[in-house]
Design a protein around this ligand. Structure first.
Ligand code: NDP
Length: 239
């Protein structure tokens, strides 16, 4: 039988739209205390929205402090904020590369570093990184993005070794093609190609990712750490 959710304090980065917004909706629906970071806009009803840019450690620190004061110590953190700067290697500028790494990989590290303080004290924590099928399968035009997303796997596994004995888990959820602004930017021909290679024959909704992330954060998933959980309709099978 599924254990009823223990109410937790949850912080999700990039919760004003896309997958982050759906994550916040799901955690709110399950009765958790939920905060999202946003550079602009707001998270869903029932979630506290705080301003933060994951490329700026001071803004992350301020956001955590605000959430801790309002909702209590953060027990679940979802490093979701991310960007793409897709282009082929020879056209990829150094800024295209370093900006993606800074937001997706170093940004996640900044967030988790700040989150780990309270988790170590509480001897409880759930760290969840939103990676991507591209991180493991690779994707032409995404050398920067794939590298950033693959890096999250090493990060989760090292954190598992460092923090595992303190009842803190660190896992990677690797979505495939999800209907958000990020995929809306892709050319139709590329989307059609992807669709053909997805065994499920369709893209997923952000809510389908959110259900899995909420489960990884739950008591039922307490013994899962350092794992990669795909939500990709079979696109990345074998990674
Ligand atoms: P969106 O482009 O819809 O949303 C991205 C979110 O990240 C926004 O909230 C955005 O904030 C935020 N963000 C970006 N840069 C920063 C920053 N420097 N500081 C703070 N917040 C930032 O993307 P998705 O919802 O599709 O993607 C969410 C995550 O899921 C990303 O990590 C993405 O790589 C990953 N993913 C997405 C897939 C998909 O198919 N959509 C597939 C696999 C993984 P703002 O509104 O201010 O820009």
């Amino acid at each position: 039988m599924t254990t009823p959710p223990t109410p937790r304090t949850v912080l999700i980065t990039g919760g004003n739209r896309g997958i982050g917004y759906a994550l916040a909706e799901e955690f709110v629906a399950q009765g958790h205390r939920v905060a999202v970071t946003a550079r602009s806009g707001e998270g869903p009803e029932g979630a506290l929205t705080v301003r933060a840019d994951v490329t700026d450690a001071a803004s992350i620190d301020a956001a955590f402090t605000e959430v801790e004061a309002a909702l209590g110590p953060i027990e679940v953190v979802v490093a979701n904020a991310g960007i793409t700067r897709d282009t082929l290697l020879l056209r990829m500028s150094e800024d295209d590369f370093t900006e993606v790494i800074d937001a997706n990989l170093t940004g996640a590290w900044r967030v988790v570093k700040r989150a780990s303080k309270g988790m170590l004290k509480a001897r409880f924590g759930r760290i969840i990184f939103i990676s991507s099928v591209s991180g493991l399968l690779g994707a032409a035009g995404q050398v920067n993005y794939s590298a950033s997303k693959a890096g999250l796997v090493g990060m989760a596994r090292s954190l598992t070794r460092e923090l595992g004995s303190r009842n803190i888990t660190a896992n990677v959820v690797a979505p495939g093609l999800i209907e958000t602004d990020m995929t809306a930017e892709l050319p139709d021909a590329q989307l059609a190609d992807y669709k053909k290679s997805i065994p499920a024959g369709r893209f997923a909704t952000p809510a389908e990712v959110a259900k899995v992330v909420a489960w990884v954060a739950s008591d039922d998933a307490a013994y899962i750490s350092g794992a990669i959980i795909p939500v990709d309709g079979g696109l990345g099978m074998g990674h």
